[in-house]
Design a protein around this ligand. Structure first.
Ligand code: GAP
Length: 446
């Protein structure tokens, strides 16, 4: 994990938030390549979940909702972790994770491990951030930053079903920020105070719920595999009955083998009719399905694949990170699937000072940037420029050299195999788009 954190910092993917003020625990800022990578993860999700399907529509609901939403959903009462405080080191720990925590004293100890530790009894601590709406702080009404995007979907069920003219089985998908007052210091961007979720609520006739639950576990696992994550590093883990959330009758996590061990990447839950029933009772609005022809009415059951953008990005980065020795030099390379790589191609004049080469390269770059995320770089010796692109995961480098000036051909270098091919500059755009479309497998051993 240290190597990933250091690469992310060095190349400007991710860095600690409010760093000039000493930072803020479990908060990170995303730099240029981090933003591009994150946007690609979201685009691939939207493509698979909305664009390539007839039965799912998109939604963007508010972050701040009427606080009654959170009472009805069970979050106001039940979305809590059991916490203990240490009266000696003044740190706070999750009571259910004492075995994996370390306290503030040096050398670091497990909380409660020595007679010097003085832990309080566990107390429930709600994870929702509170704020107030209104001009006067004292009299304003208390509201919450949403801890999940899902509730914004449930409360819009009727609205969307009517507007989108869909009948169950159909889904509503949403990507957006969620906030949790997490006290366990995260492992880099694995667990943070604010994060983005990609959630989809799939509304189905109750008798079909089990089948759709299994279907979505398969679909979501395949999505990671299609984007190049190695099968040996993905597994599906069904929850034991004592792990299930208050709303769920069955949940399976898709787990990734992060450097911190197997951990949740995405959860797929069978939420039954819990949410639509709870909001119907609390709001009085009947969130049910009525078939206009047969008159049949029922409360749909819900299957929910809930993924984290940041956690997916971390899994892609961990899976892609590689080091190898080439011609007696070590290179670090991010073997990202071309479709999620932040930059698809770098356009490089072999000799940056050569005006003719630079001009040809610049022209090609301006043509390509209309269709893909590409970079122009004429700074430093070519080997260093290749290594820089390897580190940010750019799958292709297009080099303009002396021969280009003579015969209008350029080289295209493959990040993974390092193979170089000569192609005509006139075909560069078509060639790049073709290569980006081709299936890709990680060359890293499974
Ligand atoms: N609506 C269901 C739900 O929110 P969850 O398992 O609590 O379920 C879904 O969250 C996904 O959101 C997780 O699998 C994870 O990828 C991401 N996630 C949750 N809490 C997070 C945090 N504090 N930091 C980063 N990602 C988080």
């Amino acid at each position: 994990m240290e190597k990933i954190v250091s690469l992310c910092r060095r190349r400007g993917f991710v860095f600690p938030a409010s760093e000039i003020y000493g930072g803020l625990g479990s908060s990170y800022d995303y730099g240029h390549y981090g933003v591009l990578l994150k946007e690609n993860v979201k685009a691939r999700w939207l493509e698979a979940m909305v664009r390539e399907r007839d039965d799912i529509v998109a939604l963007d609901s508010s972050i701040i909702l009427n606080p009654r939403v959170w009472e009805a959903s069970g979050h106001a009462g039940g979305f809590a972790d059991p916490l203990v405080d240490c009266r000696i080191c003044k740190q706070r720990f999750r009571a259910d994770q004492l075995g994996e925590s370390s306290c503030g004293r040096k050398p670091s100890k497990r909380p409660g491990e020595t007679p010097d530790c003085d832990l309080t009894e566990p107390r429930q601590f709600n994870l929702m951030f509170e704020t107030r709406v209104g001009p006067v702080e004292e009299t304003g009404s208390k509201v919450f930053l949403r801890p999940e995007t899902a509730q914004g979907i449930f409360i819009n069920f009727k609205n969307v079903a009517q507007l989108a003219r869909r009948k169950p089985p159909f889904g509503i998908a949403q990507i957006g920020k969620s906030f949790r007052n997490e006290i366990t210091p995260g492992n880099f961007i694995f667990r943070t105070l604010e994060f983005e979720q990609m959630e989809m609520e799939f509304f189905v006739p109750p008798t079909e719920a089990d089948d759709w639950y299994r279907y979505w576990i398969g679909e979501r696992r395949d999505w990671y595999l299609r984007l190049g994550v190695r099968a040996s590093h993905l597994r599906v883990r069904p929850h034991d009955s004592d792990e299930l959330s208050h709303y769920s009758s069955a949940t399976s996590d898709i787990e990734y083998l992060y450097p911190i061990g197997w951990s949740e990447l995405e959860g797929i839950a069978n939420r039954g009719d819990f949410d639509l029933t709870a909001h119907t009772e609390a709001s009085g609005a009947k969130l049910e399905w009525v078939d206009s022809q047969s008159g049949e009415r029922y409360t749909p059951h819900v299957i929910e694949p809930a993924a984290g953008v940041n956690r997916s990005m971390l899994a892609f980065l961990c899976d892609a990170y590689d080091e190898e020795v080439v011609a007696e030099r070590e290179r670090t390379v991010l073997r990202l699937h071309p479709l999620i790589a932040p930059v698809k191609a770098a356009v490089l004049p072999l000799i940056g000072r050569d005006t003719e080469m630079a001009e040809r390269a610049r022209r090609l770059y301006e043509e390509l940037r209309r269709v893909a995320s590409v970079e122009y770089d004429d700074n430093a010796q070519i080997g260093r420029r290749y290594r820089r692109q390897d580190e940010i995961g750019t799958p292709f480098a297009l080099t303009i050299d002396e021969q280009t000036l003579a015969d209008d051909t350029i080289t295209i270098r493959d990040r993974d195999s390092l193979a170089q091919e000569r192609i005509s500059i006139a075909r560069a755009r078509e060639h790049l788009l073709d290569r980006l479309e081709q299936p890709w497998r990680s060359p890293k051993p499974d």
